[in-house]
Write a protein of this length. Structure first.
Length: 21
């Protein structure tokens, strides 16, 4: 698991992208 700010931001954007798709 990645707990850095950058990793969390990338994960959030990825989840949003998957939900929108």
């Amino acid at each position: 698991m990645c707990f850095t700010f950058m990793c969390q931001t990338i994960l959030i954007y990825f989840i949003i992208f998957v939900l929108i798709s």
